[in-house]
Design a protein around this ligand. Structure first.
Ligand code: 9MG
Length: 271
């Protein structure tokens, strides 16, 4: 799966949230059924990789036990693999990482950049598994309480550089890693805008970039739009990110993003 990060076209990562608050009913059976249908529709919409998450990272979200997270995530990893699509798992817990890798996940997406106990070793244990290291200032519960930076771009870059060094020391090869500035994770609107404008400067880290802006508050604030009305803004922001050299887009709205990426590629390939 290492070739995924070497792709010469932008990739669309579809979000599959298995937290109860992402389903209208919350019941276990209906939840799984809806998730399975969502996998099928994302595949029809030509998603490149599906990111399965079992614990919300939204400000104020409840923590989830290892067992609960495993119950939510592993069946979905198996379902995506059965459909023949690459699957990534959004988790910070070493046990969930190990189980997900054993179940066939090809990427670990960690908003805590492998800082939790055992996480680096879990990812290092399989030489084929890919990794997304994301920047977050603070912890999800409190990260949006007045975050401050003197130079957000420099600080985010420096954090990611340090995390990459730790990974290399643990034996994780550079061609397994992609980096993410973590839009909305301990950042005010001005920080998110500054990061977006200067995404191209992350090229100096020599690793593919992944970004997730889909339906986030930054889109809602700029457009004064409710979550349900943020698709156009999310796609526009994603296309701006592509002009800055981003390789992977983590999105809810797969169809609109895939179509926009096709246009982007057609224009880029012109003489
Ligand atoms: C799990 N998750 C939520 N938002 C995210 C983002 O922007 N990037 C990554 N890598 N993961 C995210």
């Amino acid at each position: 799966m290492k070739e995924l990060l070497q792709s010469n076209r932008p990739l669309v990562m579809g979000i599959l949230n298995t937290t109860p608050d992402s389903f209208s009913d919350g019941g276990n059976y209906v939840r799984k059924d809806i998730a399975l249908r969502r996998i099928e529709s994302m595949i029809q919409e030509e998603v490149d990789i599906i990111d399965v998450g079992g614990e919300s990272t939204r400000p104020g979200a409840q923590a989830v036990s290892v067992n609960e997270e495993l119950d939510r995530v592993i069946p979905m990893v198996e379902a995506v693999i059965a459909c023949g699509k690459p699957v990534s798992v959004d988790t910070s817990k070493a046990t969930v990482m190990m189980e997900a890798i054993n179940a066939g996940a090809c990427m670990i997406n960690d908003v805590r950049a492998l800082q939790d106990k055992g996480a680096i070793d879990a990812v290092a244990s399989d030489p084929n598994v890919l990794l997304c290291l994301m920047h977050m200032k603070g912890q999800p519960r409190t990260m949006q309480q007045n975050p401050q930076y003197s130079d957000v771009v420099a600080e985010v870059k420096s954090f990611l550089k340090q995390r990459v060094e730790q990974c290399l020391e643990a034996g994780i090869a550079t061609d397994r890693i992609c980096l993410d500035p973590g839009f909305g994770f301990g950042k005010k609107l001005q920080h998110n805008c500054e990061l977006m404008k200067h995404l191209d400067s992350f090229k100096e880290l020599n690793m593919p970039l992944l970004v997730g802006v889909s339906r986030k508050t930054m889109i809602g604030s700029i457009l004064d739009a409710d979550v349900k009305d943020r698709t156009n803004g999310s796609v526009a922001a994603a296309m701006y990110a592509l002009t800055k050299g981003v390789k992977i887009l983590r999105v809810h709205d797969v169809k609109s993003t895939v179509e926009a990426v096709k246009l982007f590629c057609a224009f880029e390939q012109a003489k």
